[in-house]
Design a protein around this ligand. Sequence first.
Ligand SMILES: Nc1ncnc2c1ncn2[C@@H]1O[C@H](COP(=O)(O)OP(=O)(O)OP(=O)(O)O)[C@@H](O)[C@H]1O
Length: 412
Amino acid sequence: MAEDTLVRVEHLAKKFCRDLKTSLWYGVQDLGAEFVGKKKEEDIQLRNKEFWAVRDINFELKRGECLGLIGRNGAGKSTLLKMLNGLIKPDKGRIEMYGRIGALIELGSGFNPILTGRENIYNNGSVLGLNKKEIDGLLEEIIDFSEMEKFIDTPVQYYSSGMKVRLGFSVAAHMKPDVLILDEVLAVGDSGFKIKSFNKINEIMRDAAVIFVSHSMPHIANITNKVLLMENGVVDYYGENITDGIERYFGLFAGDKERVEYNEFATIEDMKVYASAKYADDPSRKLPAIDYRDPIRIDLDLKLKPNVEWFHIKLQITDKDLKIVGIYDSFQFQEAIKNDRDLHHLKITIPNSIFIDGEYSITVFIQQRDPINSKWNLLAVYRYWRKFNMKASAGLGYVPAVVYLPGQCEVV
Ligand SMILES: Nc1ncnc2c1ncn2[C@@H]1O[C@H](COP(=O)(O)OP(=O)(O)OP(=O)(O)O)[C@@H](O)[C@H]1O
């Protein structure tokens, strides 16, 4: 292995069985088979009710690199991490790892619940190959970082999830790991601890290789310099272009259907989002593309039931992470619109310059405010009804922010 390569994974695979009883029976068979002699890898096949949770995974990590492991629920990320950490045995393939491995995988894994936090620190330290003197030297730093002074002599079984994560991360991070493996568990910590942890990961990365599982793309974009996207147990993308990896990840959800949720009193007959002039003639674009300096222009044809007297329009703009990025509400700017015709042709213009690159969805609410009790009545909601692509010219790729802040920098 090259001198600074700390992790090498080749053709790694793990299968599971969907049925517990069958799985136990296979377990007994496998034990027997191992007793007689280990099976050749190429002879390992799926048996009835088995499936590959992880298949043919290959990657390498050097000191100073942080691999972001992403994918949908059930894609195989945790299974891969557990194999890396030696918690489960691969069925095929090879893992080479160099140095000390710090890991925070399952909540409380690696902790003995009946021992106190302090005793667990010594336990974990010795499993990682540190002697008592070395752990003595690190103890204060570990407790300080976790901010668990008051509870350090309490058995870990009485810790909350956040407290377990605090101690678990602090132990893994301070034992001078060469490889640090972190599952989403970090998300359980409160924001204060999360910020501290991310700073710590950046510090550790200088001398170690980090593998980090997360569903938060801003976190992935912030700290990783390589990304591996898993889909159904296999690699869908592996490379150093984080933007491409994240785009592909979001692309996995692109087929999700548009849907009307409720339209008893109003129906959208037609809705169009206009592309910017410079992108308008490009037929290869599936979605209208808008330059971030242009306004967002929308035409909406709307029919309301005759018993509706007047209404307001609200547009909720959501990014691919389903974060609501902005809301336009006609109530804020104008009187209610009178329902005085069969079909309303509405032209909505939203000035822009703040949206970052990416794909957005528009949810349309048609609503009415009761003049007597000021309550809002929902006439219709069309969720994720139209999509558009925002194009920022800066070419910054994936930006871990919600909006660009307009501003000026003057040399004075
Ligand atoms: N011990 C097990 N026995 C049987 N199936 C399992 C076992 N552990 C995991 N699986 C299955 O393997 C697949 C991969 O699960 P895994 O936990 O690795 O996914 P993940 O990518 O970490 O998902 P998430 O994002 O939800 O944490 C899933 O179909 C899961 O149900």
